[in-house]
Each structure stands twice: as structure tokens, then as C-alpha cells.
Design a protein around this ligand. Sequence first.
Ligand code: TYM
Length: 332
Amino acid sequence: MSKEIVVSGIRSTGFLHIGNYFGAIHNYLKMQNDYNCFFFVADYHALTTHPDPKELKPNVYRVVAEYIASGLDTNKVALYAQSDIPEIPELYLMFNMMAYKGELEKVPTFKDKVRQHPDNVNAGLLTYPVLMAADILIHKAAKVPVGKDQEQHLEMARNFAQRFNNRYGELFPEPQVFRSDARTVKIMSLDGNGKMSKSENANAAIFLSDEDDVIRKKIMKAKTDAGPTEPDSKMPEYIQNIFLLMNLVSSSETINSYQTAYNNCNIRYGDMKKQLAEDMIAFIKPIRERAVELQQDEAQIRKILHEGAQKARISASKTIAEARKKIGINYY
Ligand code: TYM
């Protein structure tokens, strides 16, 4: 039986953090052996917020380096830049004919952007989910590993697939979200304010590129409180998040000892954060060092992107030929 197809991507808008790692990359690593995987850098999506042209290439290269340093194996997956696959914007244009202004305006991520950048409400931002649907459906993906914040976009991809199929005949599957661990779909910010994010509060996000001391400082500043006063109390979300991070990078004995201390109301968050910082450093350091090394080898990154684009275009050109035919664009 042929392997199921998987697609996912990360925008090249800044440094990757442990939310991106545990919400997305961690799943890519689990999937790369058993699925036919297409992973990419969403550089067109990054254009919605007008990055400086000088920064685009280093940003894209850094995401590639961080993907590889995290453990993506280009012998197993196609790893490419979105803008290297011209079939994606072609499919995006086709889906745009089936995407309605009203539904696009209601998307929460669009409303957030309008609030953040009222002076830059461009059509690319409005049609962001349409481009994302094209990214996914250009390879007819069955599974898409993403964090919680992308679930609505995925639902829209299913809608566009259905609409195309209803209008022109069966072509696209309805892609489903993939997750191996329900706890990691939303890693909270260390200040307890919503999800960890690339742009919102850099001091409350741990980046894969952070130096050891920076990681220590950020974790020591993470929001905690005076601790529980009743045995077996329910944890506030920001404390749950610290336990979750510990679960992801520390040994089970360590976690169990802090869990017991919490339940017995004698937990010392200062000690817990110190321990978490050291375990987080042990986790991030090899990724950071490998990524720095790779970024210095531009020839290698160029080769990875070139080969990845060639692989991805084989499947993309097949889908776009089928889509054109279904629509009736086959004139000679
Ligand atoms: P982006 O670049 O914002 O985020 C990349 C991935 O990281 C996940 N993520 C998180 N997961 C858990 N906790 C967090 N705090 C956290 N922050 C981010 C995101 O859910 C995502 O999986 N639109 C996408 C990029 C994209 C894409 C696609 C993804 C473009 N086309 C097609 C999948 C398929 C985005 O902005 O991701």
C-alpha cells in the first residue's frame, strides 16, 4: 500500500520557539518514517507582513537549518521553500474563485492581524487560509501536523477541497489534523498570557537559538505563584505549562518528585524552574549548535532546497495538471 501523504509548513517570520518545536516539528519527526512527507518554509505567507528583502533569505535559511538540526532527514522527506513551487500559487488562484469575502473576514487570525496592523490589511492577509489550502492540497495530503492555532485554517482547506470536488468532480481528499500528543497543541507563553508566539513577547518564548544563559533567565522569570495551600489542588494554566515543559524535557523521576511536592503543598517553584532550565538547555543546546553550523554552510542549504523543490514539483505538477483538466483548462 502506498504511504499516506503529509504536508506541513512553518512561516519564515523570525526564530522558531519550543511551541513550534513541540506543536509541529516534534510530529514531523515522528511521521517522517511512516508517511510520504512534504515539509516546507512558508515564505510567501511571511510576505503578508512585508519583511525587509534583506532578511528574507537568512530567515528562510534559518528555518531550514533548524528543521534539519531538529532531526528532519531530507532522504526521507521533501523539504522546500513554498515560493519554489509555482504550482502552489496557481492552485491558490483557482481556490480564490471559491473563497468568499465574508467567510475570510470572519477568520480569527485575520481579525487579530487587522487589530495588530490596521494600516496593512492586504488581500494576501485576507486570503492567507486559501494559500494554506493550496499548500496542503497541491500534494493531496491526508494528514497535516499543526498546533491548535491552525485548526480553523485546516477546516477551511477541507471546505475548499469539497467545493472544488462538488463543482468539478472528485480530485482532493479532505485533510485531517494529525497530533501525537494532545498536550502539545498549545504551548503557553512563559508569562501566562496566551500561546507562546514568535512575535508577541520574546522574553516569554524560548527559541531554539537561545543561548544557555538566556534560557535560564527566561525560565527563572516564568510566571508562578505562592503555591497550593490545599492538597491535590487544581493547577492554574501557567503552572500546568511548567509541568508540561518539564514532562517534555526532564526525566520521569524529576517530574514525579515535583508533582508529589505540588500535591503535598511543599513545592518550591524556584528549584523547579532551576531544574527545568538545566533540562531545557540540555535539550536545546545540540539543536542550536547544529543549526548554527548548518547556517554557515550555505551551499548545503541551497542543495537541500533545490533537491526538495524538485521532489515537491513532481507531485505538485501532477495535481495542477489534473485540476486544470477538471476545470476545463486544456486547450491544446
Ligand atoms: P507558524 O509559522 O505560525 O507556526 C508553525 C507551527 O507551529 C505551531 N505553533 C504552536 N504549537 C503549539 N504551541 C504554540 N505556542 C505554537 N505556536 C505555533 C503552529 O500551529 C504551526 O503548526 N499558517 C502556518 C504555516 C503554514 C502551514 C501551511 C502549516 C502555511 N501553510 C500548510 C500547515 C500546512 C503558520 O503560520 O505557522
